[in-house]
Design a protein around this ligand. Structure first.
Ligand code: SAH
Length: 251
């Protein structure tokens, strides 16, 4: 039996947003590896060994997947959203680069998924309809000074920006600093979208002005979208507003 690894994105939560390609890999796999919350999203079936692990052990998880594949197992490594966006695909590449040469010969594929910012953006309209960036606000893997520098450049370049990992129990104050910085840099009317548990039954989405935003509006299950200076809101009677960024900029 020849083994393989598929690093797959399960999308933001809703089953309808898992791609057919990922469904096929899930059906063919012998092992599923991932953070326990994501492994829980994979239905149990005979012949599928489950290897859940805790958060933040991406390197060990990658090595386990590589060892299993080297033994001839068909391994699916699951991430939420897209595996290439702040998730397991980079961790897997790092493990291959640092590991034995034989790992470079393994059959490794990355299967894309719908990342949180795209699901959130679709829910409200098209806030990412013009140039945009994505910044991970966690300072676990990079210094806070770099996050601040990038946010300043986001605003200077007038990009819309998706902010992942805005706030966690381990980092209760970081997002308050982010809001303070954005208030210094942007006008108070700047639109900010808080999208939590997008595409699940617990979904909540709020669009507020930057002057109204507060840190409690975000947690680890929220992706925040900061509009550019041109992002607009269309209010509609009895319906949620549409938020979009025009496709063109005319000076
Ligand atoms: N690979 C994932 C991102 C992992 S980082 C992706 O492509 O979506 C984890 C962060 O993603 C969370 O802190 C949150 O900011 C965001 N996120 C993931 N799923 C989400 C969802 N359903 N709704 C809102 N934000 C989500």
């Amino acid at each position: 039996m020849s083994g393989w690894i598929a690093v797959a994105g399960l999308g933001p939560g809703g089953d309808a947003l898992i791609t057919p390609e990922v469904h096929t890999a899930l059906a063919e796999a012998t092992d599923v590896v991932g953070y326990s919350r994501y492994v829980d999203r994979v239905p149990k079936r005979e012949g599928l060994c489950r290897h859940p692990s805790e958060n933040r052990v991406e390197a060990e998880r990658s090595r386990l997947a590589l060892e299993l594949a080297a033994m001839g197992r068909r391994v699916i490594v699951v991430s939420s959203g897209d595996p290439g966006v702040f998730a397991m695909a980079s961790a897997m590449c790092e493990a291959i680069e640092a590991g034995p040469g034989s790992w470079r010969e393994l059959d490794v594929h990355v299967l894309p998924g719908i990342t949180a910012m795209l699901a959130a953006s679709a829910r409200v309209g098209a806030p990412l309809g013009h140039d945009f960036c994505a910044v991970n606000l966690s300072d676990n893997l990079k210094p806070w000074a770099l996050i601040e520098k990038r946010l300043r450049l986001v605003v200077e370049g007038d990009f819309a920006c998706a902010l992942y990992n805005p706030r966690s129990k381990a980092r209760p104050d970081g997002f308050a600093h982010v809001l303070e910085l954005l208030r210094e840099l942007c006008e108070p009317e700047r639109l900010v979208i808080f999208a939590r548990d997008v595409t699940t039954s617990d979904e909540t989405i709020r669009t507020v002005l930057l002057s109204e935003a507060n840190p409690e509006m975000a947690d680890m299950r929220t992706v925040v979208i900061l509009g550019s200076s041109r992002t607009r809101r269309i209010d509609r009677n009895g319906l949620p507003p549409l938020v979009y960024t025009p496709r063109s900029v005319t000076e």
